[in-house]
Design a protein around this ligand. Structure first.
Ligand code: AMP
Length: 382
C-alpha cells in the first residue's frame, strides 16, 4: 500500500508529523504513591499484542484504537508484537509466524503509522529478555506468585511453567526498556503495572534513578472490558473455545451479524445500561457506543422503543460499518508479507537502538560489562 511505503521512507528519514484526534475518548492517569523519577523522559507509550490468534474487537477497541489515538495526539508510540509472551503456552512455529503478520496487518490497518510510531516484534529486540533477567533478580517469588493471573492459572493446572511466573517481569522490562512514562492498560493489568513501579523503586533504591515510574492510562469508556458474547460474566478472549463468544477483525458482515444476533442477554426486552445487573445488554450498548462514538445514555436513547432483539440489528450494523473498511485494508496488507516484514524490520532497528541506550545505562549502574551504546547512538535516539 502506498501510504505504508511512504511511511517506510519517512521512517528512514526519521521525520515526525502529528495528526489530529477525531475520536472522543477520555483517559484518566491514576496517581501512584511512588513519585516520578526526575529527569527528562520522552513522552512515550509502550504496549504489546500477543500473536496467539486472530485479533478480536476487544483487542481493537481496548488496544489498537487507543494506540492510534495516542499516536495522533503526539505520543511516541511503541507497539510490539509480543511473541516472547506468547511462548508461555505452546505455539506452533509456523502458525506463530502467520499470526505475527496478521497482527502487523491489523495494527497498520487500524491506523498505526510507521513514520510516527515504532511497530516491531518483541523477539527481534533481545534486550527485552535481558532486562527481564536483570529485573527478575530484584523481584520476590512471593510477590510474583501472589499476582491474580498467575494464581488463577496455577489453580487450574497441575504444572505451571516458570514463564508464567515471570510474565509480569517481562512486561515490566517491555516498558522500562524504552523508559515509557505511560502505559495504556485495562483494569485487570493494574497489578502488573504496580509490580513494575515496585521494581523501579527497588532499582532506584539500590542503583540510582534511571527510569520514570510508569503511570497507567486507564480508559473511561469501558473499552478495556468487552465481555464474551456467549457468557457476559467473562471477558471476550482469544482463547475462549466458543468462536461465537468474540467478533474477529477478519469476520465478514454476515458473521458479525450472526454473532451479535446470538449474543446472550436476559429475559427483559428493554434496552438499558446496567453493567452489574444486566451485563449482556450493557455489553451490546458498549459495543454500540464504541462503534458510533456515543455515550451510553445516547445509545440507550437511540434504542428507545426497540426490543433487545431489534437493538442487536442496530449494533451489528454499527459494527459492520466501523470494522468493514479496516478489514478490507488489513486483507490488502496481509497479501503483502514482504511489505509487512519491511515495516517490522525497520521498527525493530529503531527499537533496538533505543533499547541499547537503556541497557548501556543499566549495565553501568549495576557494574556489568560495558553496554554497547556509544555517544553517536545515544545522540541519534534521544
Ligand atoms: P492479548 O494479546 O490477549 O494479550 O491482549 C492484548 C490486549 O488486548 C490486552 O492488553 C488487553 O488490554 C486487550 N484486550 C484483550 N481482551 C480484551 C477485551 N475483552 N476487552 C478489551 N480489551 C481487551
Amino acid at each position: 500500500m502506498e501510504f505504508i511505503r511512504r511511511s517506510l521512507i519517512h521512517c528512514k528519514r526519521r521525520t515526525h508529523s502529528i495528526g489530529t484526534n477525531s475520536w472522543r475518548c477520555n483517559y484518566s492517569v491514576k496517581k501512584e504513591k511512588v513519585p516520578l523519577a526526575e529527569g527528562p523522559f520522552p513522552r512515550r507509550v509502550v504496549t504489546g499484542l500477543q500473536p496467539t490468534g486472530a485479533l478480536h474487537i476487544g483487542n481493537y477497541f481496548g488496544v489498537l484504537r487507543r494506540c492510534v489515538q495516542l499516536q495522533d495526539q503526539g505520543d511516541d508510540l511503541m507497539l510490539f508484537i509480543a511473541d516472547l509472551h506468547a511462548l508461555t503456552t505452546y505455539q506452533d512455529p509456523s502458525a506463530l509466524q502467520d499470526n505475527i503478520l496478521d497482527v502487523a496487518a491489523s495494527a497498520l490497518a487500524a491506523g498505526v503509522d510507521p513514520a510516527r510510531s515504532v511497530l516491531f516484534v518483541q523477539s527481534a529486540v533481545p534486550r527485552h529478555a535481558e532486562l527481564c533477567w536483570l529485573l527478575a533478580c530484584l523481584a520476590s517469588h512471593a510477590r510474583l506468585a501472589h499476582l491474580p493471573q498467575y494464581k488463577e492459572r496455577a489453580q487450574n493446572n497441575k504444572e505451571v511453567g516458570v514463564g508464567l511466573l515471570l510474565y509480569p517481569v517481562l512486561q515490566a522490562a517491555d516498558v522500562l526498556l524504552y523508559r515509557a512514562a505511560r502505559v495504556p492498560v485495562g483494569a485487570d493489568q493494574l497489578q502488573h503495572l504496580q509490580l513494575c513501579a515496585q521494581l523501579v523503586k527497588t532499582f532506584h533504591h539500590r542503583y540510582g534513578r534511571l527510569f520514570p515510574v510508569p503511570q497507567p492510562l486507564l480508559p473511561e469508556d469501558g473499552c478495556d472490558r468487552l465481555r464474551s458474547l456467549r457468557d457476559p460474566s467473562k471477558k471476550m478472549s482469544k482463547s475462549d473455545p466458543d468462536p461465537k463468544s468474540r467478533i474477529l477483525l477478519t469476520d465478514s458482515d454476515e458473521v458479525i451479524t450472526l454473532k451479535v444476533r446470538k449474543a446472550v442477554t436476559d429475559c427483559n426486552p428493554k434496552v438499558t445500561f446496567e453493567p452489574e445487573s444486566r451485563p449482556g445488554v450493557a455489553n451490546l450498548v458498549l459495543l454500540h457506543c464504541l462503534a458510533c462514538d456515543l455515550l451510553p445514555e445516547e445509545a440507550v436513547e437511540e434504542a428507545d422503543g426497540l426490543t433487545t432483539a431489534q437493538y442487536k440489528a442496530v449494533v451489528a450494523r454499527a459494527l459492520c460499518a466501523r470494522l468493514g473498511p479496516m478489514r478490507a485494508r488489513a486483507l490488502e496488507l496481509r497479501a503483502q508479507p514482504r511489505l509487512l516484514r519491511d515495516v517490522l524490520r525497520a521498527g525493530a532497528t529503531r527499537a533496538r537502538a533505543r533499547a541499547d541506550v537503556t541497557l548501556h545505562d543499566v549495565h553501568a549502574a549495576l557494574g556489568l560489562a560495558p553496554g554497547s551504546a556509544d555517544r553517536t547512538l545515544r545522540a541519534a535516539n534521544e
